[in-house]
Design a protein around this ligand. Structure first.
Ligand code: SAM
Ligand SMILES: COc1cc(-c2oc3cc(O)cc(O)c3c(=O)c2O)cc(OC)c1OC
Length: 368
């Protein structure tokens, strides 16, 4: 018998094996990033609480680490860790980093977070969403999905975590109430500038408008200023209305939209119906229909129409992530056009017109 001694050969990977390996490594990295995406929210929250975007802006739009350390409220004991936070924030696209100088700069995202008389400052919105109530509610999502307690009233993970709904928490905790209202007002400023400039035709032919569940009145004030012939009022719950100083521009009415809405030519409903399930939406819209004239009256809805204008991954993701948020913190949802149509018809409306206006948002005009 002849023994042969073969050298062990390193197997040469085929193209197919290579691409499987690359795919595996890519999937591994993506899974890590998904697993730790809560750290992105928390690092963003941290950046705002340390006012880093505003510091970079005030330093002329580009800042070295020592400049930043001199500007942010970080004690000496934590200063050695600060570069790690900045590196992460740059890696996630919140800031830029110049490889040569090591200077940090603003990106289109962090420009929306500068608090310096900036009409487009969305940091109150971010802070209103990264609070303990929202985060702990989101952590109950798996429990909520696997429990069968819907009939006992646990209609959302928020109630599972806090024993009550978001509106009740806001009524009890003035800090979170102010934070949430400031968050919505910040975004509303941005959205309304766009709407009054580009969708003026929607407000033609009406002499009065009630912004139902209108929060602190940012939208109604923008409409009143742009269309002085329209008498604008805001209706909301007492904890919201009682926190708004009179401004002589719009009237503020304490009320419950489920019970009654004062007579008006037009009802405006922005980011309201998505907070509620279909039956409650029909109830609210039935009240709206009673408030407007049969001829010439209308309801103007600003909300998402899922799938509409969702021409990029980011737009579609923003629509469906909001739908998930609605599932966690409210009994509502984001709806596609088919779902909207059913609610409108069930509330007795005869006709509607929808057009995408602003990124992932649409305006819907609803006629009796
Ligand atoms: C998501 S916020 C929208 C606020 C405002 N429309 C905007 O776009 O900024 C929903 C609003 O509904 C109000 N709300 C909740 N239940 C209500 C009710 N039964 N009657 C009137 N307003 C209510 C809340 O107080 C809150 O201001
Ligand atoms: C600030 O920009 C938008 C906010 C909302 C919005 O956000 C919420 C956040 C919550 O934690 C609970 C809520 O009930 C809500 C809302 O009801 C609500 O409307 C919605 C937006 O577009 C649909 C916003 O614009 C981007």
């Amino acid at each position: 018998m002849v023994e042969t001694h073969q050298q062990p050969v390193t197997p040469v990977p085929t193209m197919a094996a290579l691409s499987n390996e690359e795919e595996l490594l890519q999937a591994h990295a993506e899974l890590w990033n998904l697993t730790f995406s809560y750290l992105k929210s928390m690092a963003l929250d941290c950046a705002l609480k340390l006012a880093i975007p505003t510091a970079i802006h005030r330093l002329g739009g580009a800042a070295s680490l020592p400049d930043l350390l001199a500007a942010v409220p970080v004690p000496d004991s934590k200063k050695p860790q600060f570069p790690r936070l900045m590196r992460f924030l740059a890696a996630t696209g919140i800031f830029t980093i110049d490889a040569a100088s090591g200077f940090y700069g603003l990106t289109p995202v962090s420009r929306l977070l500068v608090n310096d008389d900036n009409a487009k400052n969305l940091s109150p919105f971010v802070l209103s969403q990264t609070n303990k109530y929202h985060v702990t509610a989101a952590m109950r999502l798996p429990d909520w999905f696997t429990s069968d307690e819907g009939a006992a009233g646990v209609d959302m993970p928020f109630r599972m975590a806090h024993g009550t709904d978001m509106w009740a928490v806001m009524a009890l905790d003035p800090k979170i109430n102010d934070l949430f209202n400031a968050g919505l007002a910040a975004d509303t400023k941005l959205a309304m500038d766009f709407i009054v400039t580009n969708c003026g035709d929607v407000f033609e032919g009406i002499a009065s408008l009630v912004d139902v569940a209108g929060g602190t009145g940012t939208a109604a004030r923008a409409i009143a200023r742009a269309f002085p012939h329209v008498k604008c009022s805001v209706l909301d719950l007492p904890n919201v209305i009682n926190s708004v100083p009179a401004d002589g521009i719009v009237d503020y009415i304490v009320g419950d939209m489920m019970e009654s809405i004062p007579p008006t030519d037009a009802v405006f409903l922005k980011y309201v119906l998505h907070d509620w399930d279909d039956d409650v939406c029909v109830k609210i819209l039935t009240q709206c229909k009673k408030a407007i004239p049969e001829s010439g009256g209308k309801v103007i809805i600003v909300d998402m129409v899922v799938g509409s204008n969702a021409n990029s991954k980011a737009m579609f993701e923003a629509q469906v992530v909001f739908d998930l948020l609605m599932m966690v913190v409210t009994a509502g949802k984001e709806r596609d056009e088919h779902q909207w149509r059913k609610i409108f018809m069930d509330a007795g409306f005869s006709n509607y017109k929808t057009k995408p206006v602003l990124g992932f948002l649409s305006i819907i005009e609803l006629y009796p």
